[in-house]
Design a protein around this ligand. Structure first.
Ligand code: SAM
Length: 285
């Protein structure tokens, strides 16, 4: 049975007497146009190995299975596993792993299943762990071509914001260090069952093959970014000086800012990613 509409979704839910688990962020997609938009934005084709996070009852998985060479879907809720074997029984290119995505060694799976070649990640994410999932994928250096995901609209805005806007922050910089973000579509609550309280958006993050920003110390760059946005209202000098794990005096930061021709009173939210990288490289000397 083809999912992706309210009628068939309700039929599956009733057949299995399935209870939605709020704690797992379960809001299933029931809109075919949105599903088609996601598949087309992800540019899934028959060469692709796709990793899906949180297949739910398998709605998007069906679309992925039809378009990709192979799909691997990781689902935490054991009650969904028998449902998935039913709704995906027509496809022989899908495998389901009953596990917590944050505990899975994805690099190992990609190595085994796709010979270490880059994969596409496509998902309607559980919103309560959007940031750890995305940052985990980037930081663990899993070979990735692109990540096309449904997220809370506000989070999509943060991912693609630049300096001087209210949404600009540590997440914007971290995402933009690894990938080029592009918001594909805004999606209202009535495209899901049950309806979430927040608006959603589909965002595609195309991973850079070679990072355009070069730093001598990646760890330091991310510590500086966190320090700068930890207390947004503080000047960069004060934010960095007080941040645990960083051993820079106010004077050292002042000197670096002077070298960069930035005012001593500058706040983190005014700096571009390139400027954070420059600051990191100066302080790393
Ligand atoms: N893909 C389905 C759809 O679009 O209809 C369901 C999306 S729903 C927003 C999120 C899914 O992620 C749920 O099926 C939920 O059980 C699953 N999930 C939540 N936390 C997870 C975790 N830590 N690891 C793997 N899956 C998880």
């Amino acid at each position: 049975m083809k999912l992706g509409n309210p009628k068939n979704t309700i039929e599956v839910i009733q057949k299995y007497d399935f209870d939605f688990q709020k704690k797992f962020g379960q809001n299933f997609l029931i809109d075919e146009r949105v599903l088609e938009k996601i598949i087309s934005a992800a540019e899934v084709n028959k060469d692709d190995f796709v990793l899906e996070i949180g297949p739910g009852i398998g709605t998007m998985t069906q679309y992925l299975a039809e378009n990709a060479r192979e799909v691997m879907a990781v689902e935490i809720d054991k009650n969904l596993i028998p449902i998935l074997s039913d709704t995906l029984s027509a496809y022989d290119n899908v495998s389901i792993l009953n596990a917590d995505i944050l505990k899975v060694d994805i690099a190992k799976i990609v190595e085994e299943k796709n010979g270490g070649k880059p994969v596409k990640v496509v998902a309607n994410l559980p919103y309560y762990i959007t940031t750890p999932i995305i940052m985990g994928l980037f930081e663990s250096h899993v070979p990735i071509d692109s990540i096309t995901v449904m997220v809370q609209k506000e989070v999509a805005d943060r991912m693609q914001s630049g300096p001087g806007t209210k949404d600009y922050g540590a997440l914007s910089l971290a995402v933009q260090y690894y990938a080029e973000p592009y918001v594909v579509a805004n999606v209202p609550p009535n495209c899901f069952m049950p309806r979430p309280k927040v608006g959603s958006a589909v965002i595609r993050l195309t991973k850079y093959k070679d990072a355009p920003i070069k730093v001598t110390n990646e760890k330091l760059l991310f510590q500086l970014i966190r320090a700068s946005f930890n207390q947004r209202r503080k000047t960069l000098q004060n934010g960095i000086k007080n941040f645990g794990g960083l051993n820079f005096s106010k004077e050292q930061v002042a000197q670096a800012l002077e070298e960069m021709e930035l005012p001593a009173s500058v706040r983190g939210e005014a700096l571009t990613l390139e400027q954070f990288a420059q600051l990191s490289n100066i302080l790393d000397r």
